[in-house]
Design a protein around this ligand. Structure first.
Ligand code: MRU
Length: 346
């Protein structure tokens, strides 16, 4: 288990590590409304698909607590606005919409209950989702650990660790579980331009737990693979389509192509809540484009000339054909396709 909590409930508020400040500072920011949580998601205080889902669930619960003494129509309208604001915060990670759907279902089941009881039940549900996320990550880790040979040098892209979830992590959870199980595993972390989730977050979180990690520039991955210095790739996912196509952090597709070229297994670890059966293929997954300042510079330093034309798509889609196996809480699915994915669901 990682030695920090990405999200925690303290004194009637949600607290989240401000991931924008890592690794220089590890500070918690407090949140007491849905709008504040939505802003926190949009501005990357919290990021990573399962962590965003948990944060959104707390966002709805916080709003219900904030408005529980208001008139019924104010309470209802406020909750509706909360769902809306949270749904607008980021488009690609389906866990956000999955979490909001689960809270909506919970709310529907509370028809007739007084507002105090509704607020308590929504908060209980948010707590349950956070605990469940850690439990499922551990299950996933156990299944995926078997894929990594002793001594494996594993490349990962972005941050799919405890910081991207409620704890343990998906891709990094598999690595954590392999190490806990007695294997010697070391990690190569792609820096992950432009937002540097690899350089800032993955390296920090692995170092906290004493897991050996080497940071590389994204462009070094092919070189190391050609020299036989990478044994496996494992990444997380933001949304997996019904046919097994995987949307994940921009640059994942390039890593998958390189892995195939060099005969290196390419694994994707994600909970079932990341699989979107309503989306037939990766072509239909909405891909977020963020501000150009993430590409023209970093942290207030600008390196690109003023006026240059810039695009900043922050996710890409890796076709299922490049995925050696999908690791979920239900087990490992090799060569994932529509039928195998369908069978994961009751
Ligand atoms: O833009 P981010 O940092 O939210 O993107 C995160 C990723 O792409 C992760 O790899 C993905 O959410 C999996 S997290 C377990």
């Amino acid at each position: 288990m990682a030695s920090f909590e990405t999200l925690r409930w303290r004194n009637g508020r949600l607290e989240m590590i401000d991931q924008r400040a890592l690794p220089a500072q590890c500070t918690y920011l407090p949140f007491d409304s849905a709008q504040a949580v939505a802003d926190g998601i949009r501005t990357m205080v919290v990021r990573g698909a399962p962590a965003i889902g948990c944060a959104a669930a707390y966002g709805v619960a916080l709003e219900a607590r904030r408005l529980k003494d208001a008139a019924p129509e104010v309470f209802r309208a406020g909750l509706e606005r909360a769902f809306e604001a949270l749904a607008q915060s980021r488009p690609t990670a389906v866990n956000l919409f999955w979490a909001l759907g689960r809270l909506r279902e919970k709310l529907a089941g509370l028809d007739g209950a007084d507002q105090d009881a509704v607020a308590s039940a929504l908060l209980e549900e948010a707590h349950a989702m956070r605990e469940e996320d850690v439990r499922l990550n551990r299950l996933m880790g156990g299944h995926g650990a078997a894929l990594l040979p002793d001594g494996a040098r594993v490349l990962t892209h972005c941050n799919a660790g405890a910081l991207a979830t409620a704890g343990h992590g998906t891709a990094l959870g598999v690595i954590r579980s392999a190490i806990t199980g007695g294997k010697k595993v070391s990690v190569y972390a792609n820096e992950t331009r432009p937002f540097l989730q690899g350089a800032r977050l993955t390296v920090w979180e692995l170092a906290q737990d004493g897991i050996p990690v080497t940071l590389i520039a994204d462009v070094s991955a092919g070189h190391l693979m050609r020299r036989g210095e990478i044994d496996a790739v494992i990444v997380g996912a933001d949304r997996v389509a019904a046919n097994g196509d995987v949307a994940n952090k921009i640059g994942t597709y390039s890593v998958a192509v390189l892995a195939q070229r060099h005969g290196i297994p390419f694994y994707v670890a994600c909970p079932l809540s990341t699989i979107d059966l309503s989306i037939a293929s990766g072509a239909d997954i909405p891909i977020e484009e963020r501000g150009i300042e993430e590409v023209t510079g970093y942290g207030g330093t600008r390196w690109a000339p003023e006026g240059v034309s810039v695009r900043n798509p922050v996710f890409d889609v890796t076709p299922a054909a490049l995925v050696t196996a999908l690791v979920t809480e239900k087990g490992v699915v090799t060569a994932p396709d529509r039928d195998k994915i369908r069978r994961l669901f009751p």
